[in-house]
Design a protein around this ligand. Structure first.
Ligand SMILES: [Zn+2]
Length: 277
């Protein structure tokens, strides 16, 4: 579930609760999520460690305990919660602090948890080769244009390439393309300079607006806030901009949702079969 805006808010909320807390117990309830690295730490070596900070690296959350780290890549379905009432059978990991309990659940076992130290970070798949962080100062228009220039990938595939842009998932890739009125399959090298600049601005505005929205919503930490999205998972609903029925297409193995009227393939004649002629 968590994409960039979700992780920003999860991080902010955990940082209000956990600093200074000391780990008393770590229960691994679903061993499938724990990935061992050579030289990795056992979870028991974290007992007595003090929570210092929480950093986000692209789609990863890095919990820092002195020289040790718990790095979590929640992928599609990972959820965090501080609610002590969570049942153990529904959890992957439970970390008991003196005054708090941090739960991590993952229904589809796709997320990954690493008990480790910084010198082993390079062994964590995708952790050290993330592209420019989309919320950092380094993500400038100039930097974006440099990365998209001469690229021949379909625009949606480019947007989701974490080694270039860190990081857009399925939901926000669709939202960014809708905002910029670009068809998901348009090859990057077919975009005009204006469209590329619009794409950059849409990435910034969609992410920032979504972070503000999720922050204000104050939903439970493990609740997926998605009611603000305009096209994602809205197949057969009307486009909020023009009323045309939203469609779903497969773009390199991923479902993509878009408005066939607002987001046209360059040169394509659009016939709206939903409207009576
Ligand atoms: Zn539309």
């Amino acid at each position: 579930m968590p994409e960039l805006p979700d992780l920003v808010v999860i991080r902010e909320r955990l940082l209000k609760e956990l600093p200074g807390e000391i780990i008393q117990e770590i229960e691994i309830l679903d061993p499938l999520v724990v990935r061992n690295l050579s030289g990795g730490k056992s979870e028991t070596s974290f007992i007595g460690s003090i929570f210092e900070s929480l950093e986000r690296t692209g789609p990863f959350l890095n919990f820092k305990f002195g020289s040790k780290n718990i790095v979590i890549h929640p992928m599609l379905a990972g959820k965090f919660s501080l609610d002590p009432k969570y049942k153990k059978k529904d959890l992957a990991i439970r970390i008991k602090f003196q005054n708090k309990i941090l739960n991590y659940a993952d229904d589809v076992h796709m997320g990954k948890v690493y008990f480790t130290e910084p010198e082993y970070f390079s062994q964590i798949p995708k952790f050290t080769d993330q592209g420019v962080d989309l919320l950092s100062e380094n993500f400038t228009q100039e930097e974006f244009l440099k990365r998209i220039e001469k690229n021949r990938q379909q625009t949606r595939v480019f947007l989701m390439d974490q080694t270039k842009l860190s990081a857009l998932g399925n939901a926000y890739a669709d939202e960014v393309l809708f905002d910029s009125k670009i068809h998901p399959k348009t090859p990057c090298n077919k975009l005009s300079e204006e469209e590329k600049i619009q794409l950059y601005q849409s990435i910034k505005s969609v992410l920032n607006d979504s972070i503000d929205y999720i922050r204000k919503k104050q939903a439970p930490l493990d609740f997926k806030v998605r009611d603000h999205v305009k096209v994602r998972n809205r197949k057969n609903e009307p486009c909020p901009r023009c009323g045309t029925t939203i469609r779903r297409a497969n773009v390199l193995g991923h479902d993509s949702f878009f408005c066939p009227n607002c987001q046209r393939v360059p040169g394509e004649q659009f016939i709206d079969w939903n409207k009576t002629l």
